[in-house]
Design a binder for this molecule. Sequence first.
Ligand code: HSE
Length: 418
Amino acid sequence: MEAHKQLTIGLFGFGVVGEGLYKILHQTPSLKASIKKVCIKNPQKKRDAPSSLFTTDRYELLNDPQINVIVEVINETEPAFEIVSTALKNKKSVVSASKKMLAEHLPELLRLQESTGESLLYEAAACASIPVIRNLEEYYDNDLLHSMNAIVNGSTNFILTKMFEEGLDFQEALLLAQQLGFAESDPSLDIEGHDAVNKWSILLTHAYGIVEHPQKLVFNGIQNIRLGDAAVAKEKNHDIKLVAQAKKLKNGKVAAFVLPQFVRHDEHLAFVKNEYNGVVLESGFADKQFFYGKGAGSFPTASAVLSDLSALRYQYRYEYKKLYHHLPNELSDDFYVKAYISFDDWKYMPREKIEWIEEWHAGSARKYLVGGLHFSELKANSWWKENNSSLILFPDPIIEDMEIRKLKKKSLELAGIV
Ligand code: HSE
């Protein structure tokens, strides 16, 4: 068997994750990995490491023949892409945690991995400490994965937990998430669902061989959720979570989106609080499996980088089995979803777009309805997330054609009380 490779690392970024990795590597000498140089943006900032370690010149790392691994954990998307692609072209292995960069540039990065033969690993980019990518690659290397439901953003889950279980207001909870190092430097990326959908597009590639730009997927964040929505959730014995989901439909295609959802108290995802993430996979014969762990923060994220470094010692690389070894799946918009929508005024609700209505509360300042929408409507238009309207899916929200007639009939019966 080939001896384990000595890793000489060039590290880009010394923020929450970079510094976490630096500390962790000092505690794991058995890994035979050492950081030779760290490239940073601002040399004036005080850092808890020898100043000789740092440089602002990226080529000191990228052109150093002794450095055989680049770890890229910076914040900016385009510089991250330039660093990662140059490193691969310069015959270095790469570990990255830049989910936005990876999600937006996946097609180019797939081509670069093929043409250079180098390994690009990014377990830290989705669900931080949970080894979900490697499990999808290695354990679920077949086409039996029926569905994948997950909480993939620690900050929004932290904020929802603090607001609805501990009574903090939104701003207090967000500030705490920022102080603890969970939030993105631009927290709207968390709050409005961008971070979650970036992670989801990465996981869709490993789960189903789907390569889709994240901004083309249907998603929303938690920015419009009000205390009144939490009160309705409570009445129904549900929590509100930002849930990413993917499901194989009867037509053989895949439904995928990231939206707030009512989660029943007895569901696995209801157990996921604060900055924790959780992934529920359902497959042909194993039934349900639940992965749970910290999804943000310095050491949990650095631990996934460490695990990727460890895997590089034996030349591990993603094979993208669902993309290259199976017939890749296609996304579908042809299904319905059952949702709760709260809003300030009826004028913001295009009633003709709502396929059926099961509940209808018009009395108070904040109004709501429970009904069904064709998913293509969510994709084509955004009225459901504008003007303070808040759409929250019901548990098991996906409804396929067969069930629809029954629901529409029930809706017509209910129309008598409208
Ligand atoms: N801002 C991200 C989150 C950090 O809250 O999940 C981890 O990717």
